[in-house]
Design a protein around this ligand. Sequence first.
Ligand code: PRP
Ligand code: URA
Length: 239
Amino acid sequence: MLPPPPGDPDPRAARALPTLPRAADSGGHHGTVLITVVDHPLAHQALATLRDVETDRVGFRHAMDDLAGILVYEATRTLRTETYEVTTPMATTTGTRLAEPPMAVPILRAGLGLLPGVLRLLPDVPTGFIGVARNEETLVPEPYMNSVPDDLDGRDVLVLDPMLATGGSLTHACGILRDRNPGRLICVCVLAAPEGVAALDRSGLADELVVGSIDDHLNEVAYIVPGLGDAGDRLYGTA
Ligand code: PRP
Ligand code: URA
């Protein structure tokens, strides 16, 4: 659901943003999240399409998919690789491949919009799902699903969520993952608010954040400005 237009009286406007867990109380590791804001003309173009209020659902999904491929390209840059022998028609040479495919974990619902872009580049990745809905009154994330294995056995994870607003949802998901023996937790987002980036960083739960843009601020109902509106609603057409 979109927030009311600026100036409309809103009973939620006065409440403060929730306090999010810090590494010390959530079992996370300490450290500063490594942030990459993807600076590429094709990423800027897809982002502009996503922001445009005139973009319909089909166009929105396509632009999200285009941007997902670019974000994932960046997000996989730091994954461990191994070399192996390749025989060409002419000779043998050395090839490179990922040492182990990461796990993809979309945060339902809107994270599903980024999943096809991941699977296009990494078709064999295992996928886990975390369902979290932000309570729009309290802004507290309310979990409703988790299909991530109990032990990730050191596997790197791409955590997919287009929107990092207060940081409640992504921090909640990273807390679940951090407790399950992951390798690197790499968050992939379309847009972030500075408040959400700070919350994720303070939590100490994520290793990296790859994002299309860090926008100006959150509005009085914790939507990203200028943002793109409600990502889940624009992808799926329902509130
Ligand atoms: C949106 C978005 C993020 C979350 C961001 O999901 O997809 O998960 O809000 O807000 P936060 O950083 O303040 O937690 P929402 O809860 O609306 O659910 P949806 O994906 O089902 O639309
Ligand atoms: N969730 C969204 O979908 N958009 C925002 O701007 C904030 C949270």
